[in-house]
Design a protein around this ligand. Sequence first.
Ligand code: ADP
Ligand code: MG
Length: 297
Amino acid sequence: ATPTAVMVATGVGASQGVLIKGGHALESAQKVDCIVFDKTGTLTIGKPSVVNTRLLKNMVLREFYDYAAAAEVYSEHPLAKAILEHAKKFHSEENQIWPEARDFLAVTGHGVRAKVNEKSVIVGNKSFMLSSGVDIPIEASEILMEEEDRARTGIIVATDQEVVGIISVSDPIKPNAREVISYLKSMSVESIMVTGDNWGTANAIGKEVGIERIIAEAKPEQKAEKVKELQRSGRTVAMVGDGINDSPALVSADVGLAIGAGTDVAIEAADIVLMKSNLEDVITAIDLSRKTFFRIR
Ligand code: ADP
Ligand code: MG
């Protein structure tokens, strides 16, 4: 393609809300044969909300949510926002104050810990409970599995080293996610999902969107490692993500695509920004590249 053709294509992309940061990104996009998708905020809407609560101890919901919300109050995580939003429902409009939290600690990919009303409160996933020395009763494990099978994330709440309940959070998939994955398949592009969320929820979401290859419970470096592993096997890899935890993988990929509504760090790390945050524009970008470089397949 001539420099003029590249310039025209970049302009066409921009007019459609697909920001291509250079000729190299445009050229690489036509060679892509597999795409690694982040789950939360990329395949899903990214606005989780509480859909169910299961109490295991003799405690009223309001008291339970006071502990959970107090512990999550300093967390930036979308799951924390969902818990706080729900906890408000147990308080009147003018009395939305939680007990004071001290010694707050957030552990990436695991959850939060804080001291609330002289109790030590831990909110997070199974591996966080295990590493904190909290036993998970069989009843709780069963609830977690049930919820994960329904594509929900189960968050465990423990006070003084004892599991007191489970909060189920749902983050629905984007309405066109399944269609986009299926269309990519027809373009001979394979889709893979990587997520920090647990295996059960990841598999259930995979089924909903039509992705078979899944890597769950992945830390940011492991997301990037997966991209590199695919590259070593000869694939040309695109990565689509929205979070800080996706940035290493966005940088490693042959083409990194950021969701426009995502974090600044992800947008910075990407080669292409999908300004409308529409998954369909992954196809727009590949199409534009294929047309510009006249690749015959
Ligand atoms: P994702 O790829 O889904 O954004 P994260 O690495 O942010 O993954 O989080 C992984 C998991 O860690 C979450 O699914 C949740 O179980 C747990 N977790 C992380 N932060 C929190 C929090 N503030 N409160 C409760 N659980 C959390
Ligand atoms: Mg995400």
